[in-house]
Structure formats: C-alpha cells, structure tokens
Design a protein around this ligand. Structure first.
Ligand code: ADP
Length: 263
C-alpha cells in the first residue's frame, strides 16, 4: 500500500517537474524568437536611412549639382539622421528600463499646448502629411509638473504610432483635460487606423511585442515604443490604457496622470 502511494507521489513529482520545465522552455523559446525578430526589425530600421544617407552623400559629391537639388538632399539627410537618433534613443530608453531604471528625471513645468504642437510639427514633417491630420483638443492653459523627457517620449510614441498605423488618410486626435471626478489628468490619443485585435490588447505593452497581423508587420517598428511608454507613465505616477473596437476600427490610448502634477 505505502509502496503504491510512494510510487504515485514520485510519479506526480516527476510529472510536475517535466511540466514546469516544458513551460519554462516554451517561454524561453518565445523570448528568443521575439529577440530575433527585434534584431531583424532594428537591422531593417538601420539599413533604410543608412542606404539613403549613402546615396545622398554620393550625389552631393557631384560638382554639377543644382543648388535646389543640393538643398533637397541636405534636408533629406537631416531627416534620415533624426530617424536614426530617434531609433537609438528608443533602444537606449528601453534598455535602461529593462535594467530596472524607471525613475523619472528632473521635474519641470511643461505646457501641454507647446509640447503637443512641437510633436505634431515634428511628426507630420517626418511622415510627410499635413499638420491638420493631427487635431489638438486640449483644455486651455494645461501645464504638467513632470519629467519633460518622459512626457515628450510618451506623447511622441503614441502620436507616431497613431499616424503609422493609420489606414488611408491619417487622422489623429489628441485630447487632454482635467478629470475633477477622480483627480486625474487624462490625455487621449485616438486614431481611425488598423485597430487592435482583442487578443493583442493586453500584450501590446510587452517588450518586443508586435501584433502578428499583416497590417502591422508591413509597417516598420521594433516593438519597444509602448514598453517604454508604459514604464515612463508608471514613473510619472500614472497609468496607460488601450482600447479598440477591433481590427480596422481605430484605437485610443489613454494616459492618466495624478492631478497633483497639473497647475
Ligand atoms: P512598434 O515599433 O511595433 O510600433 P510599439 O511598442 O510602439 O512597437 O507597439 C507595439 C504594437 O502595438 C505594434 O506593433 C502594434 O501591433 C500595436 N499598436 C501600437 N499602436 C497602435 C495603433 N495606434 N493602432 C494599431 N496598433 C497599434
């Protein structure tokens, strides 16, 4: 009898170890796959502006080049460089956060109007779309006492994604107001883009995660932006939420920050 019980216990123990080991192995394989796909994405992200920079530099060396073409190439080169700088900054932020550093930097007063207008100008130029494609609907004179780099990174990533994952003519709206009911400042970035499948909604903030849909994979990206956004919002004492009715039906990201930061 005791021999039988002992046999069953050892069998259950061995089975549990095998199950645990398999779960661990599957998670490791998934992580390696995500990292490999991240390296592929970064390589692609680096290759495009670098190839364009090389071509521009070679063209600039031609002595008979017209002055307006020279100016056009100079602007193109600056755009490529700013794309590379944004990519490297994003990777550095993500690796700092993955290393456990989510402390915000120095706090300063940030005017939401000035910051949002600057971001809209930068991103509409980078994506070559009209400035009016991003609507600003902000409560007048709303300032926040936060780490300016963190807030800029959060807004810039959300608006950049909203433009990038648009379908047809991009349309993005940034709304911000104080919610006196629960003492929060709400900043919502909405788009009418490709939307997010229900199954992906709670994974989009994971490091390296990119939804498997073809509409996502056909656009450039590294899967780091929302990971950085979520850590930076947490660092500012807030939280970020995402909602989408489903594929093809747009997306809204809502950032909620404690009202004590607002003036
Ligand atoms: P990526 O570099 O892939 O854009 P992010 O971390 O910024 O990485 O976003 C993670 C994933 O979340 C994206 O790959 C995409 O699947 C989804 N996503 C983010 N923003 C949007 C959006 N505005 N509309 C639809 N899907 C989005």
């Amino acid at each position: 009898m005791w021999l039988l019980v002992g046999g069953i216990v050892s069998y259950v123990l061995v089975l549990s170890v095998i199950v645990l080991f398999t779960v661990f192995l599957i998670r490791e394989i998934r992580e390696v796959r995500r990292q490999t796909s991240f390296i592929d994405s970064v390589t692609h992200e680096l290759k495009t502006p670098l190839a364009s920079l090389r071509l521009a530099a070679e063209t600039l060396a031609r002595p008979q080049l017209a002055p307006d073409r020279r100016e056009q190439l100079r602007v193109m080169m600056l755009e490529d460089v700013s794309r590379l700088v944004a990519l490297v900054d994003g990777i550095l932020d993500a690796s700092r956060i993955a290393g456990g550093d989510v402390e915000p930097g120095e706090v300063d007063e940030v005017s939401l109007h000035e910051l949002s207008s600057e971001i809209v100008r930068e991103l509409t130029t980078r994506h070559k779309i009209p400035t009016g494609s991003v609507e600003l609907d902000l409560e007048p004179e709303l300032s926040l006492f936060v780490d300016p780099h963190a807030l800029r990174t959060v807004l810039s990533n959300l608006v950049d994604n909203a433009i990038k994952y648009s379908q047809g003519e991009p349309w993005v709206r940034v709304r911000a107001h104080r919610r006196t009911s629960d003492k929060q400042v709400e900043i919502a970035v909405s788009d009418r883009g490709i939307g997010i499948d229900k199954a992906d909604l709670n994974r989009v903030f994971d490091r390296f995660y990119r939804a498997p849909a073809e509409a996502v994979r056909s656009r450039h990206g590294t899967g780091l932006g929302l990971f950085v956004v979520s850590a930076m919002v947490r660092g500012m004492g807030g939280r970020v939420e995402v909602s989408s009715p489903g594929p093809g039906q747009g997306t809204t990201f809502r950032v909620l920050l404690p009202i004590r930061y607002a003036s």
